[in-house]
Design a protein around this ligand. Structure first.
Ligand code: TPP
Ligand code: MG
Length: 727
């Protein structure tokens, strides 16, 4: 059979075993050797890691290119860190502190890990969809003519087979198909086990049909080279038939049982005192176990060949790699192995089998036959790593001193947003050119119509507005082209947030900064909440504009109201939320947001992040005023005085959002018998809350210092806290 690599295959085989050993040992060290101090469970997934060690070694050590971006299934984090350790991007210290504070993360994290994670994973399904949307964003950027000097990358998801149960993957597939998805590789680690169970028979065929249905290629890697060779032997065809008909549960159980169990079963079911018996008889128990475990996903040559073939075109590909959960470990195939840990005796036996000397368990080349210089030379030449850090930087897009405030006596904040966007669309600025909008089928009803009319919808190919061509009058022109700046999505909020996550990382993934704005209905934020959380967790930068909010939709809107979203705005890390009452406030917030989403995360004064603007459809009389510089600053600090309380104030009215007219009215009524009443507009409960919390902490720290470690009773009572000091 054709061998694409010659001697490199030997080195890859050795490194693949080293990766398996290091991942296993990292988890073992964290659970059995390291003193965690608190006795809490640590965990880690030796079986899930073993299952994908060959696939990941094939990719990272050979098939991937620096421009490719990868989402690794969460439970393969130890494999990822082990590979990066071999490549010189991960430290021993962090491996030794795996799952501990400051150590390598349980699940690959773009923000918390330091070894070049492309997309954070952990909540299964999200990383998969992220690769799809990142691929669409790559197309968007390149069709604008930006960054075309850089090579186009593959967006690669490494997927657990049970992960495919997550609905957001299907939602994403449909959207990908609509937009003509390219350059996306999904590699399914088809070990036929989830956490609790062994998966249904024939699931792969459903994946295949589904992926093909959406226009992708499917490559099923079922049998490794050793099996393929055995099938050529006399009796091999019957063996193949047996393997392919074997139920998942039985295959797993026999794998766990090992060579003798395989022999018994195969002799019982296939033994013919002829060719098949001879085929089995030619192999020792160990050789028989190796043969039966030689599935496509554990076969380096098959994997390399499949990845090389997929590199020659840009169609999306789903690889279904047959694997065994716990491959190469005593946990292999056992249905309870998901969170199972090898016991110290088993690890000791593996250490010996790997030729690793006691005390040298972390050695990068310990126990390998190839000389260290040769291994190092190989690793130095690994294409994925050859150019060093793979994250790009992008310049900041200038933001004007102020955005022109749309004029109008009565307006809702949603309408004002539409006018602000229209104003930006008319201008020929770099800012406007870098804005990209997206919406899950609520473009018009969230007031983006004016922007879209001017800037057009994005599509890889031109498509005229048929209604316009047919001379049917409409307020909206839906012209699709590569120049378009609006990405229209179907009604799936998960997709909106994953798209924002992908757009909002473009500066780092593509080296081209985008200023993404997503609009949606406020009540449906919860629908995509986990994707929103992950977008923020990986430090994607975007502006989310949500209307209608609160009960302003209608007097009676049933569950179609958004009551809990202000709390989401306050609670979500990495997302600053605002709720304006008037359009001039919104103009200040939007301008601030354009700056904020471009600020570095480690900015000392204001660390950058994403922004959520909670708007309303309630039309409110607009104050005819010029905001003072002080008010402008206060608006983006969380609150400003509409009416400053005087020296004799007893009452201050504080309000948020579109109840402003009622608040003004209340102040008028109270002022009839009280003096100096104040009116405070809370523009961001989120910022006020975090400001208060920070001030409280500062006070506590000051008190702590003043009292040398013991907080005064007065302070504790004032803060309403009970503090327990250790030792
Ligand atoms: C959204 C979400 N739900 C549940 C989990 C808990 N969980 C983690 S892994 C897993 C099973 C994964 O099985 P599979 O995808 O087949 O992975 P593998 O067999 O490779 O471990 C579950 C239920 C999770 N991480 N995320
Ligand atoms: Mg599985």
């Amino acid at each position: 059979m054709h061998d694409p690599l010659g001697s490199e295959l030997g080195i890859l085989a050795e490194l693949e075993r080293k990766v398996l050993w290091l991942a296993t040992w990292t988890i073992h060290n964290a659970n059995h050797l390291r003193d965690t101090g608190d006795g809490l469970k640590v965990g880690g997934h030796q079986a899930s890691s073993a299952s994908i060690a060959t696939i990941m070694s094939a990719l990272y050590l050979h098939a991937l290119r620096p421009e490719d971006r990868v989402a690794v299934k969460p439970h393969a984090s130890p494999v990822f860190h082990a590979i990066q350790y071999l490549l010189g991007n991960q430290t021993l210290d962090k491996l030794q502190r795996f799952r501990g504070l400051g150590g390598a993360q349980s699940y690959p994290s773009r923000t918390k890990d330091t070894d070049d994670v492309d997309f954070s994973t952990g909540s299964v399904g999200l990383g998969v969809a992220q690769t799809l949307f990142s691929s669409l964003v790559q197309d968007y950027v390149r069709l604008k003519g930006w960054g075309t000097a850089r090579p186009e990358g593959k967006m690669v998801a490494l997927i657990g087979d049970a992960e495919m149960d997550e609905g957001n993957i299907f939602e994403a597939l449909l959207e990908g198909w609509k937009h003509g998805l390219r350059n996306t590789w999904w590699v399914v680690d088809y070990n036929r086990q989830s956490l609790d169970a062994v998966v249904r028979e024939g699931l792969w065929a459903k994946f295949e049909a589904m992926f093909r249905n959406f226009g992708g290629d499917v490559v099923v890697l079922r049998h490794g080279r050793m099996q393929q060779a055995a099938f050529e032997e006399p009796g091999g065809t019957r063996l193949r038939g047996w393997i392919e008909a074997c139920p998942n549960q039985l295959y797993s159980a026999l794998t766990f049982g090992g060579g003798a169990a395989w022999r018994r079963r195969l002799n019982d079911e296939l033994g013919d005192q002829g060719d098949v018996s001879a085929l089995l008889g030619r192999r020792t128990d160990d050789e028989l176990a190796a043969l039966m475990g030689n599935l496509g996903g554990h076969d380096m040559p098959s994997l390399l060949e499949a990845f090389a073939a997929a590199r020659t075109h840009d169609r999306p590909v789903c690889f279904i790699g047959y694997t065994i959960k716990g491959f190469g470990l005593p946990l292999a195939g056992h249905k309870d192995n998901h969170a199972g840990l090898m016991n110290p005796g088993q690890v000791e036996a593996l250490r010996q089998a790997m030729g690793v000397k006691p005390g040298c368990e972390w050695g990068r080349f310990e126990g390998l036959k190839t000389p260290p210089e040769q291994l190092q030379g190989f690793l130095d030449a690994v294409p994925f790593n050859a150019q060093g850090p793979r994250r790009y930087e992008a310049a900041t897009i200038p933001v004007p001193e102020a955005l022109a405030v749309p004029q109008g006596r009565e307006m809702s904040t949603q309408h004002g947003f539409g006018l602000l966007m229209h104003g930006l669309a008319k201008g020929d600025t770099e800012l406007a050119a870098r804005i990209v909008t997206t919406s899950p089928d609520v473009t018009v009803s969230t007031n983006l119509g004016g922007w879209v009319n001017r800037r057009g919808l994005f599509a890889r190919e031109e498509l005229a507005d048929t209604f316009k061509a047919e001379r049917i009058p409409s307020t909206f022109h839906w012209r699709f082209s590569p120049q378009g700046q609006h990405l229209e999505l179907g009604i799936a909020e998960m997709n909106l947030f994953t798209m924002l996550s992908a757009l909002g990382l473009s500066h780092s993934i593509n080296g081209e900064r985008l200023l993404p704005i997503g609009t949606q209905y406020d009540p449906f934020i919860e629908r995509g909440l986990d994707a929103l959380n992950y977008a923020c967790y990986q430090d994607a930068r975007f502006i989310l504009v949500a209307t209608p909010s609160g009960i302003s939709l209608a007097g009676e809107g049933g569950a179609h109201q958004s009551i809990a979203t202000p709390l989401i705005g306050m609670a979500q890390d990495g997302l600053t939320s605002f709720e304006p009452a008037y359009v001039d406030e919104l103009a200040v917030m939007l301008r601030w947001a354009f700056q904020h989403i471009q600020r570095p995360a480690d900015d000392k004064r204001v660390p950058g992040g994403s922004v959520y603007l909670r708007l309303s459809t309630r039309s409110v009389a607009q104050p005819q005023r010029q905001l003072s510089p002080e008010s402008v600053a206060d608006i983006t600090a969380g609150a400003y005085w509409v009416r400053r309380p005087g020296p004799n104030a007893e009452v201050v009215v504080a309000y948020t959002g579109t109840v402003a007219p009622e608040a003004v009215e209340a102040v008028g009524m109270i002022a009839e018998d009280r003096r100096d009443v104040g009116l405070l507009a809370v523009t961001s409960a989120d910022l006020l809350h975090s400001g208060w919390t920070a001030a409280q902490r500062a006070r506590e720290d000051a008190d702590m210092n003043a009292n040398r470690g013991s907080m005064s009773h007065g302070t504790a009572a004032r803060l309403g806290v009970v503090t327990i000091f250790g030792r």
